[in-house]
Design a protein around this ligand. Structure first.
Ligand code: ANZ
Ligand code: ZN
Length: 846
């Protein structure tokens, strides 16, 4: 008998595909239109897991789909192979991170081979190869030339466990993203990329991605960039030269400022404290020590008691000349805005909490009880929860209620601003500040510059040489790559300084500028630099003369379909977007967004929770692959639900998928008609099912409704079975047509089975390149009939309806048509006769 043996089929076709090399993109003379389909490249931390199987399965569906649509599809693969896990594993095992990394890559490659994504393997890359990271260094130096890469001293996030700095993005709720340790602050000189210069563009260009990226990702990016608008206001400080700017979103409340707060860990605070009395200085130093250990999240939390030290100094309000006492506190952050604020306790909750804690004055300047045109006033509640009547009420008193008035209202106690609404007062205040030269409109970003230096071994060396005489000297282009030294003999254990600093032969060099003794920068780059532009390297991965070829980028990029996990919703995507804009500005690219559309796949769960070794609920990719085969695994993942949803492995059935595949495959062996059979002679009802799928699948695929396509394939296979067993039989043209279409569409999900079916149907490989069959329009039209609608025997209207319409439905439609409604008027309906689908007659009286 005809037995479906997935292992035999896999073994049969792999070498054939190797031979045919059908997925190589961009061949000389290929005139097909192009698509670039990319999966986020894997990190080689072990073998592939079910998450990879899912994500790469979806990416491959897209790649195969576009090939059937006649596109030359670029679908490359590589490895994101630098990073901490390799280094930590190496430390644990006492080996070279290289050994561990490349062994894992080999393992993953073997698994990918079985899993058969339609990759163009000729473009394989590893970011830890000098051939790749050379171009990270090139990119760094380009940015250095532009002033986009720069070094500065500052308080940085420090992971005491990994003994390395972290970008803000890598601190999650005050903890290290990788190891979970509580992140502290440390004063260090580090390298940064000036992402903040791109804040507006990173934000505004998100509009282009609306609808093509998951809306959740777009809004996460928006929040992360966090643009706020307001004003910079400059304050003089008594007994001090120069003016101090503060950033405020509420310049309208300037008359309500009653004190100033400087970040306790800012330079200004240190300067002001150094001139204060011994007593104040001591209190300030103690306070600063206690604050150092806190995370920013804690510092900004609204629900903790306020703390601070009065510095015995005063600022002068530029609008009304008032003296404002200056306090140092932790609730103002040193690196946001200007690290100092004007405190308006009546209208800002944190300022109010502080004022109440230290008995500072509270002055209301916006009467939020006064109605503002066009704005529905929020009706305030009294202590018993009853609404105040918002008429002729005095403004509320935040000093006693403890609740700041943040809403809209009319300005009071504010000289030239009195009577204005909040928005108008903001505008007017900025005008006044600008007239007097003591402030201006300003905006601020939550986004910080990207801290890119790491004190670890397994990354791209920063191509800078430090010379006592010449300062920072870029490594000349012809000396790139700056290769990593051998790990042997180096102590990779984290100790706060880069292990590279101890590689004497490596670190000591002649200054390229003056020839004197100099040292290499011993830090390595954040691995997010590697992944910020890798999509361009695939275009000519073997080129050793340039990072990427702008002409190839013009042809292929940006990426048409990007697939990957939502865990990269902020960091990776933001950095790739940033670097793309930098390369655009440098003239290398003609587009500014790297990924035109994005699919975030869900997670593979087990019994509703994340799989992990420690929970003992790990479903291993390798064992599932061995048990069910590639095709059943891929069909199972695609059929489980919409790709964005999580898949619970306890709820799915790879055996069910295997049965479906066997059914489809058996049909291909039963077809008795020849390939040149006249389609039109086939059974019309089976043909209709086939052609509806051909017509619907493209829109379904492009909307990522892969599970629906699988369901429709199952329906088609069942209908074909029926046609063979109890219909026109295996020799009918429609049976052959259905089997061929099944094979072609099944290629998206089950490439081995599809290929074998294709051969059994009498064709040569490969089914992957078979053009999508055109749906026959004539088989698609839902036939319709014209129903005649009569009132008292006269034809009053006509409607097009389905031949299968029910009497009730037809009556409902008839009663609502314009012609019938008009004819009935206000007469009483006494009788309705329905002859579906052709006729309705309504009898009236009155
Ligand atoms: C006066 C004021 C009055 C403010 C008022 C708010 C309400 P976002 O929207 O997050 O940008 N601020 C400015 N710099 C700060 C810093 N380094 N640390 C902590 N807070 C800081 O917030 C801007 C507002 O946060 C600014 O506007 C400032 O307080 C405060 F009724 O100025 B505002
Ligand atoms: Zn020098």
């Amino acid at each position: 008998p005809d037995v479906y043996d997935f292992a035999a089929i896999q073994a049969k076709w792999l070498p054939v595909w190797d031979e045919l090399d059908p997925f190589r993109a961009g061949r000389e003379g290929d005139t097909r239109p192009r698509k670039y389909v990319l999966d986020m490249f894997p990190y080689p931390s072990g073998d592939l897991h079910m998450g990879h199987a899912e994500a790469f399965g979806f990416g491959d569906i897209a790649a195969r789909y576009w090939r059937h649509q006649g596109f030359d599809v670029l679908h490359p693969i590589g490895w994101d192979s630098f990073g901490l896990p390799a280094e930590n594993a190496a430390i644990k095992r006492g080996t070279d991170p290289r050994t561990w990394t490349y062994a894992n890559i080999e393992q993953q490659k073997r698994s990918f081979r079985q899993y058969a994504p339609s990759f163009d393997w000729s473009r394989e890359l590893h970011t830890s190869d000098p051939e790749y990271y050379k171009w990270n260094q090139w990119l760094f130096l380009k940015m250095y030339e532009q002033g986009i890469a720069y070094r500065k001293a500052g308080q940085v996030n420090w992971c005491p466990n990994d003994q390395t700095v972290l970008a803000n993005e890598q601190v999650v709720d005050g903890h290290c993203e990788r190891c979970g340790a509580v992140v502290t602050k440390k004063a260090l000189t580090q390298w940064y990329f000036r992402v903040t210069d791109y804040g507006d563009r990173l934000l505004d260009d998100l509009n282009q991605l609306e609808g093509a990226w998951p809306s959740k990702v777009v809004s996460m990016q928006r929040n992360w960039i966090g643009r706020s608008s307001g004003a910079d206001v400059e304050f003089e400080i008594e007994g001090r030269e120069g003016r101090v700017p503060v950033f405020t979103t509420r310049p309208d409340t300037l008359y309500g400022a009653t004190f100033m707060v400087v970040a306790v860990d800012s330079d200004l605070a240190a300067e002001l404290a150094s001139g204060a009395s011994d007593e104040v200085r001591r209190r300030f130093d103690d306070y600063l020590d206690s604050v150092r250990a806190e995370s920013d999240i804690d510092r900004l939390a609204t629900d903790r008691p306020k703390s601070g030290v009065f510095l015995e100094r005063y600022a002068i309000n530029p609008l009304n000349g008032e003296r404002l006492p200056i306090w140092a506190s932790d609730y103002v952050l040193a690196d946001y805005g200007h690290g100092a604020i004007m405190a308006v306790p009546a209208h800002d909750q944190r300022d109010l909490d502080f004022a109440r804690a230290f008995e500072l004055p509270v002055r209301v300047v916006v009467d939020t009880n006064a109605p503002v045109t066009g704005v529905i006033p929020v009706i305030p509640l009294d202590e018993d929860g009853n609404p105040y009547v918002p008429d002729d009420l005095p403004p509320l008193d935040p000093a006693s209620t403890g609740v700041a008035l943040t809403g809209d209202g009319r300005l009071i106690n504010s000289g030239p601003l009195d009577g204005l609404s909040k928005q108008n007062a903001i505008r007017r205040a900025i005008e006044i500040l600008e007239e007097r030269g003591t402030g201006r409109a300003a905006k601020n970003f939550r986004l910080r510059d990207w801290l890119i230096s790491r004190q670890r071994f397994w990354g791209t060396p920063i191509p800078i040489i430090h010379c006592a005489d010449c300062g920072e000297v870029p490594v000349p282009q012809e000396d790139l790559p700056v290769r990593l030294p051998d790990a042997a003999g180096l102590d990779l254990k984290p100790k706060g300084q880069s292990p590279l600093g101890a590689a004497e032969d490596w670190v000591n060099v002649a200054c390229p500028n003056c020839g004197g003794a100099a040292k290499r920068d011993s830090d390595t780059m954040d691995t997010f630099v590697d992944s910020s532009w890798y999509y361009l390297r695939y275009l000519n991965a073997a080129d050793d003369t340039q990072a990427f070829d702008p002409a190839q980028a013009e042809k292929w990029a940006p990426v048409d379909q990007y697939v990957g996990g939502v865990e990269h919703a902020i960091l990776h995507l933001l950095y790739a977007r940033f670097v793309t804009k930098v390369l655009f500005d440098l003239g290398y690219l003609s587009f500014t967004e790297p990924f035109t559309s994005l699919l975030n796949q869900g997670m593979v769960l087990m019994d509703g929770s994340k799989m992990s070794k420690s929970k003992g609920n790990l479903v291993e990719f390798a064992s599932e692959l061995a048990a069910h085969g590639t095709d059943a695994l891929r069909v199972t993942l695609a059929f489980a639900g919409p790709p964005e949803d999580d898949i619970d492995w306890a709820d799915v059935s790879p055996t069910g998928s295997a049965k479906f595949l066997a059914r489809a495959w058996r049909i291909s062996g039963e077809v008795t008609s020849n390939p040149d059979v006249e389609w039109k002679s086939g059974d019309a009802s089976l043909r209709r099912i086939t052609h509806r799928l051909l017509a619907d699948a493209p829109a379904l695929a492009e909307a990522y409704k892969f599970n629906v396509i699988v369901a429709r394939l199952m329906e088609l296979v069942n209908a074909t079975r029926k046609a063979i067993d109890s219909g026109p039989g295996a020799g009918d043209a429609a049976v052959r047509e259905a089997a061929e279409v099944t094979a072609m569409i099944l290629d998206l999900f089950a490439p081995y089975t599809a290929e074998d079916m294709w051969q059994r149907l009498g064709y040569k490989p490969t089914v992957a390149l078979v053009p999508w069959r055109k749906a026959d329009r004539a088989l698609l039209v839902e036939e319709s009939v014209t129903a005649i609608l009569q009132v008292d025997g006269k034809v009053r209207d006509r409607v097009e309806v389905s031949p299968k319409i029910s009497a009730d439905e037809l009556e409902r439609i008839a009663r609502s048509t314009a012609g019938v409604v008009r004819a009935v008027g206000d007469r009483e309906i006494v009788n309705v006769i329905v002859r579906a689908p052709k006729l309705v007659n309504i009898a009236t009286r009155g």
